[in-house]
Design a protein around this ligand. Structure first.
Ligand code: PRP
Ligand code: URA
Length: 212
């Protein structure tokens, strides 16, 4: 996208179809969770299209041949708690052997600034691809804070995956971390006065975990 050079919006019909039900406030919690997972899988397919491959020799029942593999253990999934947890199983369906590095943060209700409560850095960070997952990119504050922590711990390659992005968040993340590519199912109109995404899908964490 010219206006948002770090952003890829995946307009796959199945993603857009599922997003219609994810957005719908009438969708029950169980179905909401299943759909978030499924879109997580589809977005992960898009985000991993450019993963590097390594040649290995394999014996088929008939001959020796060269195959290509991904070093899955070099991929680290980084769910931003809580709502990012809702996309973990979906990504694990494609990359079951990846590591998972949780980052706990929440937005302060009044300031909308992120407050961090959990981060355990990984080792060998320089060689790994970190995939941050969170359904929502609103002001971008949470994604920026998480990327700051990952980079301080040595991470060099980071991508971000979300269901719904606001233009404000995409731009803020690009300003802070121009090297981080963003993969989203939708780019929405913008933020309301409470920094919620419009039209959005409401509070992703509350809808996933039945809280309010
Ligand atoms: C939500 C969402 C993101 C963040 C996005 O989390 O899951 O992490 O807000 O907003 P931002 O781009 O303006 O930072 P929330 O703070 O509601 O915490 P939760 O996941 O624990 O519900
Ligand atoms: N967090 C959410 O869960 N939803 C929004 O619209 C914005 C931030």
């Amino acid at each position: 996208m010219k206006q948002f050079p770090t952003l890829t919006v995946t307009n796959h019909p199945l993603i857009q179809h599922k997003l219609r039900y994810i957005r719908d406030k009438a969708t029950p919690k169980k179905v909401f969770k299943e759909l978030v997972d499924e879109v997580g899988t589809l977005l992960a397919y898009e985000l991993t299209k450019t993963l590097p491959l390594r040649a290995v020799e394999v014996d088929t029942p008939l001959a020796r041949t060269t195959c290509q593999v991904v070093d899955c253990e070099k991929v680290v999934l980084v769910p931003l708690l809580r709502a990012g947890l809702g996309m973990v199983d979906g990504v694990l369906k494609l990359i079951p052997n990846c590591a998972i590095c949780h980052i706990g943060l929440y937005r302060d209700h009044d300031t909308h600034e992120p407050v961090t409560y959990y981060f355990k850095p990984m080792s060998e960070t320089e060689e790994r691809l970190f995939i941050m997952v969170d359904p929502m990119l609103a002001t971008g504050g949470s994604a920026i804070a998480a990327a700051d922590m990952l980079k301080e711990s040595g991470a060099k390659t980071i991508r971000f995956m979300c269901l719904v992005a606001a233009p404000e968040g995409v731009e803020a993340l690009r300003q802070a971390h121009p090297d981080i590519e963003v993969f989203a199912a939708a780019l929405d109109e913008g933020l309301n006065g409470d920094a919620y995404i419009l039209p959005g899908l409401g509070d992703a964490g509350d809808r996933l975990f039945g809280t309010d």
